[in-house]
Write a protein that binds this ligand. Structure first.
Ligand SMILES: C[S@@+](CC[C@H](N)C(=O)[O-])C[C@H]1O[C@@H](n2cnc3c(N)ncnc32)[C@H](O)[C@@H]1O
Length: 216
């Protein structure tokens, strides 16, 4: 299958920012008490379903993958950016990290007990999101859980710089109702939602949704 054209810009941009991104992102994650709280709930729910692998899609430097493993979840990371994957492998040599895209995962149907997509779907143009959600549905086992986090809004952003470097990706703010409807269209059922309002720590509201692929 031909790669969607926006992926090259996302890959190149994250390759460029990777070494500086890793200096900031794990500390931000450590401050995100609500997000980590939802991940604890995700970890508990996914483990109640058995020991299938869990994919952290758009894992970046791997700190969320590592956190999931520390909670007892057999998680591995996948990222579009080879530089991010190099950093993740260097930082967490005991864990598995693959270069790949959530638009076309190199995984069999029904392979995963869970998927985490934590701040990683927001570079996907709206018209490509159904393809991503179809891929989540294909790779999740029946009963498998999805956890997705994103910035809330309806703007399309074109930042020129990020983490001190020039970037060429687009970024899309997303509305939880739209994402819930699209997950429903893809065959999943949203089971929980969290919206965190702006604060000193947060420039924009952020949302996370948990969804399940039905057993039947
Ligand atoms: C903002 S970073 C988030 C990284 C990490 N999840 C975190 O919480 O710090 C977005 C990551 O998603 C990755 N990404 C974006 N689109 C992707 C795709 N289609 N497939 C795989 N990774 C993707 C980028 O390469 C980047 O590493």
């Amino acid at each position: 299958m031909t790669e969607p054209s926006y992926l090259a810009a996302v890959r190149d941009s994250y390759d460029t920012v990777a070494e500086d991104y890793v200096k900031i992102a794990p500390a931000r994650f450590a401050e995100d008490a609500l997000g980590r709280g939802m991940l604890v709930a995700f970890a508990e729910l996914v483990q109640a379903n058995g020991r299938r692998p869990v994919a952290d899609l758009g894992c970046g430097p791997g700190h969320v993958t590592a956190h999931l493993n520390s909670l007892g979840v057999p998680a591995f990371g996948v990222d579009l950016s080879p530089k991010m994957v190099d950093i993740a492998r260097r930082t967490y040599p005991g864990l598995r990290f693959d270069v790949g895209s959530m638009t076309a995962l190199d995984l069999p149907d029904g392979h995963l007990g869970g998927i985490v997509a934590w701040w990683s779907i927001f570079h996907t143009p709206p018209e490509a999101l159904p393809m991503v959600f179809a891929e989540f549905h294909r790779t999740l086992a029946p009963g498998g859980l999805l956890f997705v986090g994103f910035h809330v809004g309806d703007e399309h952003l074109r930042p020129e710089r990020s983490y001190g470097h020039p970037v060429s990706y687009d970024a899309y703010l997303l509305l939880p109702d739209d994402i819930e409807e699209q997950l429903h269209q893809a065959g999943m059922v949203v089971t929980a939602r969290l919206r965190e309002e702006p604060s000193q720590r947060l420039k924009r509201p952020q949302a996370s949704l948990m969804a399940r692929k039905p057993e039947h």
